[in-house]
Design a protein around this ligand. Structure first.
Ligand code: HPA
Length: 267
C-alpha cells in the first residue's frame, strides 16, 4: 500500500479485475442513496464483493449504502461495474476515499462513469418527487476538490452532452438541471435553499461533484442523474429525513432500473 491515490487505485483495479475474472470494464455506475434497489435491473451479476476486500476502500457509514461492488454483464454484452453505495465527504475521512471508486473504475478500464444521487428539488413548481433529472452542470459548494496542485482540468462539459442526449433518447421526458453540492451531513437551511435557487441551482445534495471532477481528471466521460426525493428544505414547510429519501428510492427502483439499463445498453 502507498499514500499515492493513483497508485492505490491501480492496485485496487488489479485486485478487482482478478476477483471478478475480467480484463477490463466498459462502464462504472455509482448508486447513491435510494438507487441501490435499481441496480438489479442493469444486468446479470458476474460477481459481487465487499469494497473492503479491495485496497483503499472504507466500510460504508450510511444506512442504505451497501458497501459492495458488483460486476454485471448487460444484455448488450457490456461489462459494467456497479458501486452499491459511496463514501461521502461528510464522513470526515478526506477527499481521496470519496473518489477512490471512480479512480479505481477508470484504472480498470471504464471510460464512462454514471453517477447517481438522491437530491432535494429546488424547483418544486416543475419537479415532482420521484422524478429523475439529468445533471447538466454543477456548483461545488463542498469546499473541496479531489485535485491538489496545478492540474487545471477543464470543466466546461463535465457532464458529457453526448451522454445526456443518449439518456434523452431512452426517455425524452427527462429534464436537466444544475446540481448544487454541499458538504453535509446536515440538510440545507431554507436560506441556503433560497440562495441555491438564486445561484441557478435545480437540485441540491451532498455527493457527486467530487467524483465527477475526478472522472474528468482521469479522462472518463460522465453522466449524472439525480432522483428528486424531496423538495428542498423550507420550500414546502416539511422537515426532511433520510428514511423518506430511501423510501422514494424503493418506490421508484423499478423505473430507475429500466432507465439505467437502457442507457447502459446504448453506451
Ligand atoms: N439536501 C441534500 N441532500 C439530499 C436532499 C436534500 O434536500 N435530499 C436527498 N439528499
Amino acid at each position: 500500500m502507498t499514500d499515492d491515490p493513483y497508485a492505490l487505485a491501480t492496485e485496487a483495479a488489479t485486485a478487482l479485475k482478478s476477483a471478478v475474472g475480467v480484463d477490463s470494464f466498459d462502464v462504472a455506475l455509482v448508486m447513491g442513496s435510494g438507487w441501490v434497489p435499481a441496480a438489479d435491473a442493469i444486468g446479470e451479476t458476474i460477481a459481487e464483493i465487499p469494497v473492503t476486500d479491495l485496497p483503499g476502500f472504507l466500510p460504508p457509514a450510511v444506512a442504505g449504502h451497501a458497501g459492495k461492488v458488483r460486476a454485471v454483464r448487460t444484455e448488450s454484452g457490456t461489462i459494467a461495474l456497479i458501486f452499491l453505495g459511496r463514501t461521502h465527504l461528510y464522513e470526515g475521512r478526506g477527499v481521496d476515499p470519496v473518489v477512490h471508486g471512480v479512480r479505481t473504475a477508470i484504472k480498470a478500464g471504464a471510460g464512462t462513469i454514471v453517477l447517481t444521487n438522491a437530491a432535494g428539488g429546488l424547483r418544486p413548481e416543475t419537479q415532482k418527487v420521484g422524478e429523475a433529472v439529468l445533471i447538466s452542470d454543477h456548483i461545488n459548494l463542498s469546499g473541496a476538490s479531489p485535485i491538489t496542485g496545478p492540474t487545471f482540468v477543464d470543466l466546461t462539459d463535465v457532464y458529457t452532452p453526448r451522454l445526456r442526449d443518449l439518456a434523452r433518447e431512452v426517455d425524452p421526458s427527462l429534464a436537466e438541471g444544475v446540481y448544487v453540492a454541499f458538504r453535509g451531513p446536515t440538510y440545507e437551511t431554507p436560506a441556503e435553499v433560497r440562495m441555491c435557487r438564486i445561484l441557478g441551482g435545480d437540485m441540491v445534495g451532498m455527493s457527486t461533484v467530487l467524483e465527477a471532477i475526478a472522472a474528468r481528471e482521469g479522462g472518463a466521460e460522465v453522466l449524472g442523474i439525480s432522483l428528486v426525493t424531496n423538495p428542498g428544505a423550507g420550500l414546502v414547510g416539511e422537515p426532511l429525513n433520510h428514511a423518506e429519501v430511501l423510501e422514494v428510492g424503493r418506490a421508484t427502483a423499478a423505473r430507475m432500473g429500466v432507465l439505467l439499463s437502457k442507457v447502459v445498453g446504448k453506451l
